[in-house]
Design a protein around this ligand. Sequence first.
Ligand code: FUB
Length: 309
Amino acid sequence: MFKKLLLAAALACGAAHAATNPLFAPLYTADPAVLVDGGRVYLFTGRDEAQPGGKDFVMHEWRVFSSCDMVTWQDHGVPLNVKTFAWAKARAWASDIVKRDGKYWFYSTVEHATVPGFAIGVAVSDSPTGPFKDARGSALITNDMTTQTDIAWDDIDPGVFLDDDGQAYLYWGNTVLKYAKLKPNMTELDGPIQVLPVKDFVEAPYLHKRKVGGKAMYYLSYSEFFPEQTAYLTGPSPTGPWTPRGVIMAKNLKTPTIHQAIFDFNGRSYIAYHNAELPGGGEYRRSVAIEEFEYREDGTMPFIPQTKT
Ligand code: FUB
């Protein structure tokens, strides 16, 4: 039924070819970030370049694809890569994007060239398909700014959220979930870094908001445990107080990471994530997929099964 509906939408949109899960073959892609803008969904991904049997992530660039129907995806190529950040040396890991004042702000994980460990940079463009340029000339978050954990990768996985009142927030972290306000210029923190104690939190914090019964409901989703599954909290504001709501997507046995983005488009709700269901896939050769779901009447999210190949 879902496929038939999508096909109808695709034809209305002038489909070139239909895509099914997992998306974007033959590329291996991971860590989806989503922006809905101008009647299109822009889906940003990292690109897994590890060889078969590789033992670590090999990721140099981010890709962007767009769709007006959730079926046909246009490949816009590589809007930025690690070299966009002159202060970074490697590892184009997870990212997130938001539009503000007509500009597109892309927050991303990279390995810092001189400060040991990972860092978060911010790039800006006049178009969602780039090109993006470094918006600061230096990292927004570096590993030496926060000392809650002694691991080099606790400052990864930015999730950016712009609230209706104009206040922007950045959420990030591995093992410890951190957040901070952003200044209106989107390139500086506004106030101290806060730590949010979330049991079994691993990484990939992501904030989205909906109206439920006339009131704003904020959803803070994240990866928990390792291998990872996706869980979420809800609250009445971007800073809580938070109520744990349980698991919305189970781990996939082919890869221990999952990394979600949750969004609405044309009146329907979707979750983007990655698994490793493309032929030849694995822990370091992942593939982005999307599932449609419906919120319950009380605003809570259902458990969403992954498409299996
Ligand atoms: O893609 C590299 C890392 O794996 C991301 O930063 C995490 O979210 C996990 O997906």
